[in-house]
Design a protein around this ligand. Structure first.
Ligand code: AHR
Length: 496
């Protein structure tokens, strides 16, 4: 059976710019994200550029990545940046206590990260250490990176091979300081935030965008206290929310071995992001009605049980068409909140949680999530336009969510892009799109990512099982678009 859905797109009713930073990423010293996934070192037989693997780099470049958050996560509040600069043989080895208790040799440090950003042509977003670091250490890191004049840190950077300072905008003052970042109360962290950020200086005209460590999920008190006590001293406040079908402690659920009910509950929980942004946003509105302070969703995505047989501390999970839908749902929500959500960073880039890329030795595969990032990249920095969806309910377990979820934007060249996703795992829809406020249509094209079973995914043996294909769209005589939106699908249409 097929349902029917109608979309009305008002192409001339613009709703503000969709910041490209919503398409940001996150790479932590965790499992095989940095080491193996991104960094193999210059001596590796795996082809690389200054230690960064070429295959992964080339694939990531196609996503037009705007910004990359590093070095954590929980790792950030245990990271001592000075251990990661200078000759390798002098770099301290440490234990990565959060993530598997493995030895961190610090071969990937500030210079290597900045080189990665340069190669990806993205902006760095550095997260400093509040939990176990000093004010001086944080202050000196910023001096090291951004000061061009004569100073101890600037001189040291130059001695380590980098003459010019780097450009750095995004700087996080700690991570999850309610938990792994120090188990603090919001009142205490708010004071620490005020203190630490004082010494995070703007050197040489470099203007930092300071991000305070924000709430976990629905901890509205955290947002309230931070905005009240420190709102005027920050540019952004973060929010972390992961999509977990099960229970964080009792069993999150498998990435591949799951039921139809788990499919439904996963998407329902992904949709919960909308309520979280709305409610945190309402609190922020009380202190910042102009919406100057961005809500920075710098960790989001699916979190499942690790793949059987892998290190539980490495958070390695497969990625299926279900993940693709979770990603699409998030983008649609972020677009709708483009006045408050100034940046978002999926967790994480390679081999960890909802990754773009999975690697095994010198091999790599692109995940369904990667393909959604690629298909949605057309919305980066485009003007969101009004879209109304009249869709049916997708019902399971006596609960309902909308079957089709969509978003639309117009880019600088005037091209209108509409992205739709079908959350129903069983039934598709015939979708009719009524386009308003648009001149004569000169061309329509579309691509689809879909599958015929719940856990369809790519493997090293079959790397292209889930990948985008061209999709048919009919333009009716009165200028409407009509298309099939099959079960479990993500589609992006371009209208010229
Ligand atoms: O992304 C994995 C971890 O999740 C991060 O290190 C931490 O910030 C969050 O709890």
């Amino acid at each position: 059976t097929t349902g029917t859905t109608q979309l009305i797109v008002n192409a001339d009713l613009t709703k503000g710019t969709i910041s490209k930073h919503i398409y940001g990423h996150f790479a932590e010293h965790l499992g095989r994200c940095i080491y193996e996934g991104l960094w193999v070192g210059p001596e590796s037989p795996i082809p690389n550029t200054d230690g960064i693997r070429n295959d992964v780099l080339a694939a990531l470049k196609k996503l037009n990545i705007p910004v990359l958050r590093w070095p954590g996560g929980c790792f950030a509040d245990e990271y001592h940046w000075k251990d990661g600069v200078g000759p390798n043989e002098n770099r301290k080895r440490m234990v990565n206590t959060h993530w598997g208790g493995v030895v961190e040799n610090n071969h990937f440090g500030t210079h290597e990260f900045m080189r990665l950003c340069e190669l990806l042509e993205c902006e760095p977003y550095i997260c400093g250490n509040v939990g176990s670091g000093t004010v001086q250490e944080m202050s000196e890191w910023v001096e090291y990176m951004t000061f061009g004049g004569e100073s101890p840190m600037s001189n040291w950077r130059q001695k380590n091979g980098r003459t010019e300072p780097w450009e750095l905008t995004y700087f996080g003052v700690g991570n999850e300081n309610w938990g792994c970042g120090g188990n603090m109360r919001p009142e205490y962290y708010a004071d620490l935030y005020r203190r630490y950020q004082t010494y995070v200086r703007n050197y040489d005209g470099n203007k930092l965008y300071k991000i305070a460590g924000g709430a976990n999920i629905d901890d509205y008190k955290w947002t309230e206290v931070l905005m009240r006590e420190a709102g005027t001293m920050m540019d952004g406040l973060s929010l972390h929310y992961y999509t977990i079908p099960g229970d964080f402690w009792l069993g999150k659920g498998s990435a591949l071995d799951f039921t139809e009910d788990e499919w439904f509950i996963t998407l329902k929980r992904a949709l919960h992001m909308d309520e979280l942004i709305t409610k945190h946003g309402q609190i922020m509105d009380q202190y910042d009605p102009e919406k100057r302070v961005g809500l920075i969703v710098d960790e989001w995505g699916t979190w499942f049980d690790v793949e059987p047989g892998t290190n539980p501390g490495f958070l390695y999970q497969q990625n299926s068409i279900r993940d693709a839908l979770v990603a699409a749902v998030h983008f649609n929500i972020f677009h709708n909140h483009n006045d408050r959500v100034h940046m978002a960073n999926i967790a994480q880039m390679v081999n960890v949680l909802q990754a773009m890329i999975l690697t095994e030795g010198d091999r790599f595969i692109l995940t369904p999530t990667y393909h959604v990032f690629e298909m949605y990249s057309v919305h980066q920095d485009a003007e969101r336009v009004e879209l109304a969806a009249h869709t049916r309910d997708y019902v399971a377990k006596d609960e309902a969510i909308p079957a089709v979820n969509a978003t639309a934007s117009r880019n600088a060249e005037g091209v209108l892009h509409i992205s739709l996703c079908q959350l129903d795992h069983e039934q598709g829809d015939t979708v009719e799109i009524d386009l308003r406020g648009i001149g004569a249509i000169s061309g329509v094209s579309a691509r689809i990512l879909t599958a015929d079973h719940l856990n369809a995914h790519n493997t090293f043996e079959q790397p292209d099982l889930v990948s985008p294909q061209d999709h048919d769209v009919t333009v009716t005589e009165d200028g409407k678009l009509v298309l099939d939106v099959p079960a479990m699908s993500v589609i992006t249409i371009a209208v010229r």
